[in-house]
Design a protein around this ligand. Structure first.
Ligand code: NAP
Length: 460
């Protein structure tokens, strides 16, 4: 796990960063623990001042923050600016609402002898976050904002390919007035993640990333009897019914599959279209792929940036090859992408059958899996035939029917007439092999608090 900035547009390594030492990590946990004791006593207003100031700094200097994302993981610069703004919104959202979300709740008791009962939400302490590179700031905001506002303190091990973005977020909180130890970035390796989880001062762990990383971290947390949340991969279905507005559904499906160069956990990776409109949908969808313009992610004319790294591009190509070797059809609608840089060729794969070894794999890039469904029933069947259960969507002009189908899809989030997306106020989380626990919304701030009952009895 060497921490390095490698520009995926050129594959040039621009800077490397030393890993933290074990003793330094232990000291950082100690500082975080000491800060927790004072941070927890601050009022919601005092904590909100710091968090809101951080949001304001992001809004004051969006390009400075956005530039690092584009440099380190190749995101289109316009999308990087959008992510900076989204991170600021999440910080503001929890600064504005945390006190209400965590307000003491009175419990009605049927027994007059039971006295007054109230449940309060106490912070629990130092939390350790393991985060992925695909939305470097958004992920950090999702973890840090609710937990800092709840009175916890956070430590983060970010992905090793985004070290400067990781450091920028820590500096952001220091500049906003957070005390040392409230938000700590650590360049830790896997053994040190284990070391942190095993440290009794660390009280919980939140991981966003792949199934393998999630299983490993959750197992360690389980052995230590510590709470964990896991936001893992997905292979969201986007269902198009016969009555859907094709202009809208094609346009939104293209966005759902291709935003962030297709490297989103909630990307519309499986496009499922009922037979009666499948040919027309596929024709227009392929035209959208053919229109993509690969190039420099800092150039506003580019619509297809490189993937986050050469290894990400190679891994995706391997999946495409494997799909084809086992009988799927791979279509390449556009021009070849540049050979230099971590570019992935946009593709549409049809005829992927259950027995294909990549059927349940996550295609993390500009590759769409296209399925024809006999009818609505068949579309729901295909959508649910996945080991993942993150998001999904249904396109139809009949809103009530769309909402009914949404109820039948076995995932954590379903959208009607829009691919899965995210807002600070919408709960975000999955089921099945996409993980457990919620982030964002009123639910996200409840994960790492102690719901403590206080029951006051009359003496007479
Ligand atoms: P990854 O390899 O699991 O990496 C994610 C983070 O975990 C990185 O910080 C990584 O560190 C660390 N890590 C990896 N293996 C570890 C282990 N055994 N022990 C401790 N830490 C470990 O995932 P990725 O491929 O970079 O990220 C993409 C994945 O994240 C996709 O599956 C995507 O769907 C998922 N994701 C899910 C959500 C969601 O909310 N559900 C959101 C975004 C992304 P290094 O970088 O140093 O290896």
């Amino acid at each position: 796990m060497a921490y390095a900035t490698t520009n995926p547009y050129t594959n040039e390594t621009l800077a490397t960063f030393a890993e933290i030492g074990d003793e330094e990590l232990d000291r950082a946990i100690g500082t975080a623990q000491a800060t927790f004791e004072s941070w927890r006593t601050r009022s919601f207003d005092e904590r909100a001042q710091v968090v809101k100031r951080a949001a304001q700094i992001l809004r004051d200097r969006p390009d400075d923050f956005a530039r690092l994302l584009t440099l380190e993981m190749g995101k289109l610069f316009g999308e990087s600016r959008g992510e900076v703004d989204l991170a600021a919104s999440i910080l503001d959202y929890y600064a504005d609402n945390a006190e209400e979300f965590l307000a003491p709740e009175r419990v009605a008791t049927e027994d007059p002898q039971a006295g007054e009962a109230v449940v309060v939400s106490d912070p629990i302490g130092v939390l350790f976050g393991v985060q992925p590179w695909n939305f470097p700031y958004y992920q950090l905001a999702r973890f840090a904002a609710p937990n800092l506002m709840a009175g916890n303190v956070v430590m983060v091990k970010h992905a090793s390919i985004v070290p400067q973005s990781a450091a920028a977020f820590e500096s952001l909180f220091r500049e906003a007035g957070a005390p040392e130890g409230a938000y700590t970035n650590v360049y830790a390796n896997k053994d040190q993640v284990t070391r942190a989880i095993r440290d009794p001062r660390v009280r919980g762990v939140a991981l966003t990333g792949s199934e393998g990383a999630g299983a490993s971290v959750a197992a360690q947390a389980g052995e230590e009897l510590k709470k964990s949340t896991l936001e893992l991969g997905g292979s969201d279905a986007l269902i198009v019914l016969g009555d859907a507005d094709l202009d809208v559904s094609v346009e939104r499906a293209l966005w759902g599959r291709l935003n962030n160069a297709g490297q989103s956990c909630v990307a519309a990776k499986r496009i499922i279209v009922v037979e009666e409109v499948a040919d027309e949908f596929l024709r227009r969808f392929s035209e959208g792929f053919a229109r993509l313009r690969a190039g420099d992610p800092f150039d506003s004319a580019t619509t297809l940036p490189p993937l986050s790294s050469q290894s990400a591009a190679d891994d995706l190509q391997e999946l495409v090859d494997e799909a084809e070797e086992h009988g799927a059809t791979v279509v390449t609608p556009g021009d070849p992408v540049p050979e230099e840089g971590a570019f992935a060729q946009p593709r549409i794969i049809t005829g992927l059958t259950r027995d294909n070894p990549v059927y349940d794999k996550e295609f993390f890039g500009p590759v769409a899996l296209f399925f024809r469904a006999e009818d609505e029933e068949d579309a729901v069947r295909i959508a649910n035939d996945s080991t993942f259960g993150l998001g999904g969507s249904v396109f139809t002009e009949d809103i009530a029917r769309g909402a009914e189908i949404a109820r039948r899809i076995d995932t954590g989030m379903v959208f009607v007439n829009h691919p899965t997306w995210t807002r600070p106020s919408l709960p975000f989380g999955g089921t099945k092999r996409s993980g457990y626990g919620e982030e964002l919304s009123a639910a996200g701030i409840q994960e790492f608090v102690n719901k403590k009952l206080i029951n006051v009895m009359p003496t007479g």
